[in-house]
Design a binder for this molecule. Structure first.
Ligand code: SF4
Length: 473
């Protein structure tokens, strides 16, 4: 499982229609991984179909949902800060409905309601299907539906079938959930407790969703799951097993209109020879793999219960590169795991160079309640020491990323246009097939969601820079 915990708010249409202006408005504030971001889109869709209109500002909304992440302490603290502000507002506006969803809600449940009695409801990641009913109950001052965090079997995957998505945050791109949960119990991770055990979604449902998305103009799909490439592995008592993950990718690639396939987040243990072959044989499968490694030290990997060693990881990277030359490999890294020595840390730096990561998300270890590491009372290392290690990791990564970017100068890349560059300088932004951010100027038409050729002329550690003739590729 991966990704930054920075909060974001759904980029939904800023100017409501007259009809929408008369409706109650909702705002969803989301923290955490892409799974959470995708769940936020599902919630927005449910509330839209329940008759509410989206607001891009919490202050203008009648219903505010904070969608939480418990992977790092910082994100949890931000929940409490934002909740405090909202509940203070609720004193002046008693009709305001405030709910908390996601992993912290799953973990804390009724404790959250006891700590914040004015909070209207809490619900877990597997129960978002019940969000409209919880909102209705809160608006009717009915306090019987305030907690919902038991598994809702059979309901978690079929939301897209019930209601087609009404707005895609990024034209041309969509997420599709293929599995949820995790059985691996890494020592630092709360996910098996908050998201539950591994469950794969029936492939017929996945393919039906992909077909519907493609018919509506989506050409790039990202298959989502906590350990996404565990999809379909035979486990007692579940539907899966009809398709292995590599076969699912091949079936998605056959859907007319699908031009790019990505997936996140895989676990090294399930990178099978068939999956590596798919990188060689399926042109729609993008030449990018985000493969979390977490540490380069075998001792630390074992303490983390990651189930592979550095040699196995590097062997996977080598096989991927042989199968798909030029593939970009990115990763997640945790620094300062309890007992990590200077030698362990040096192993991580060496592995970064040997793997040649195009990019990485790196974090300081953060002890989370309910994890095996916390139960074992491992504690945390001295923060100043860990901060210094984090900075060294980020320095190494900056240099690796710059090298990877510089190697693309002078090439022509195909870019899926996502919108205006966030620098507000008239440039457009999009992603190459290997997931690099490309900021560019177009001298011709450049519709959002279209593919353009971009000639790369420069780079920064964060993005590639270029120009495009603006002719659809
Ligand atoms: S337990 Fe490990 S594999 Fe499972 S979600 Fe957490 S970090 Fe990922």
């Amino acid at each position: 499982m991966s990704s930054p915990e920075e909060g974001f708010s759904l980029p939904i249409e800023a100017r409501p229609s007259l009809q929408e202006a008369a409706r109650d408005r909702f705002h969803i504030r989301t923290f955490g991984c892409q799974m959470n971001q995708h769940d936020a889109q599902k919630m927005a869709n449910l509330l839209h179909h329940a008759g509410l209109a989206a607001s891009d500002r919490a202050e203008a909304a009648d219903v505010v949902v904070i969608h939480t992440c418990s992977i790092r302490e910082k994100a949890e603290h931000r929940l409490y800060t934002e909740l405090g502000i909202l509940l203070a507002r609720k004193r002046a506006e008693p009709g305001l409905v405030v709910g908390v969803g996601g992993c912290v809600a799953q973990q804390e449940g009724e404790t959250l309601l006891r700590r914040f009695p004015k909070l209207d409801f809490v619900f877990g990641p597997q129960n978002l299907v019940h969000l409209p009913a919880m909102v209705d109950a809160a608006r009717a001052r009915d306090r019987s539906l305030r907690v919902d965090y038991d598994d809702a079997p059979g309901e978690r995957f079929d939301l897209p079938q019930r209601h087609p998505a009404y707005a895609s945050p990024t034209p041309g791109r969509a997420f599709v959930t293929v599995m949820e949960g995790c059985d691996l119990f890494c020592s630092y991770c709360v996910v098996p407790r908050t998201r539950g055990r591994e469950v794969s979604r029936p492939s017929a449902q996945i393919l039906a969703e992909v077909r519907a998305l493609a018919e509506a103009g989506t050409s790039e799909v990202t298959l989502l799951g906590q350990t996404v490439n565990a999809y379909g592995r035979p486990r007692p008592g579940q539907i899966a097993g009809e398709l292995a993950f590599a076969d699912l990718i091949r079936r998605v690639a056959e859907v007319p209109g699908i031009r790019r396939i990505r997936f996140t987040s895989p676990h090294p243990s399930f990178v099978t020879p068939e999956l590596i072959r798919a990188f060689a044989e399926v042109p729609e499968l993008c030449p990018h793999l985000h493969l979390p490694v977490q540490s380069g030290s075998n001792r630390v990997l074992e303490a983390m219960n990651r189930r592979y060693d550095r040699e196995t990881y590097l062997e996977i990277v080598a096989r991927l590169r042989a199968a798909r030359p030029g593939i970009a490999v990115t990763t997640d890294l945790i620094v300062g795991y309890p007992t990590e020595t200077d030698a362990d840390f040096e192993d991580t730096l060496r592995l970064m160079n040997e793997a040649g990561f195009a990019d990485s998300y790196s974090f300081k270890y953060s002890e989370r309640p309910g994890t095996p590491a916390q139960r074992r009372g491992l504690g945390e290392l001295d923060d100043a020491r860990v901060q210094a290690r984090l900075e060294r990791v980020q320095d190494v990564q900056r240099s690796l990323t710059l090298d990877a970017h510089a190697a693309r100068i002078g090439t022509r890349l195909e870019v899926l246009v996502e919108g205006a560059s966030r620098h507000g300088d008239g440039q457009l932004t999009g992603r190459s097939d290997d997931h690099r951010i490309v900021n560019f100027r177009a001298s011709g038409p450049a519709a959002l969601g279209s593919y353009l050729p971009v000639d790369i002329t420069g780079c920064t550690p964060h993005s590639l820079l270029g120009t495009s003739p603006g002719i659809p590729a």
